[in-house]
Design a protein around this ligand. Structure first.
Ligand code: SF4
Ligand SMILES: [Zn+2]
Length: 111
């Protein structure tokens, strides 16, 4: 059972990758190209396995950085593009993400 926190992290990822795909891959709203579907699924799997769960910092601030390097670069591109556009398109998620960005990483959970 996923926590509300992780569900909202899912929504933020979907919104950011959605904006990026629509603008750079010319897909229509609420649709994703195959590459972006793959990226979203990968990022969701990382979230599912994140040792911090509800205590997680934003991935940018994470000392573990569990993404493989090529995918990390792809997500960085998504964030760079979608970050400044989030406030207009998804204001609540954008504000939450900004507040979340202030959080420091706690020590990872054991086990
Ligand atoms: S980068 Fe860090 S915070 Fe993000 S999912 Fe991986 S372990 Fe969790
Ligand atoms: Zn795409």
């Amino acid at each position: 059972m996923k926590s509300n926190f992780i569900k909202t992290e899912y929504k933020t990822l979907e919104a950011m990758i959605g904006l990026y795909c629509r603008d750079l891959h010319s897909t229509v709203k609420h649709d994703l190209c195959a590459d972006c579907v793959e990226l979203l699924n990968y990022a969701k799997a990382r979230l599912d396995n994140c040792p911090y769960q509800e205590q997680k910092p934003t991935c940018v601030k994470c000392p573990i950085h569990c993404y493989k390097p090529a995918t990390r670069e792809k997500v960085r591109n998504v964030m760079r593009h979608a970050g400044p556009r989030m406030l207009k398109h998804h204001p609540l998620l954008a504000i939450r993400h900004l507040l979340h960005g202030r959080r420091e990483a706690p020590p990872p959970r054991k086990g």
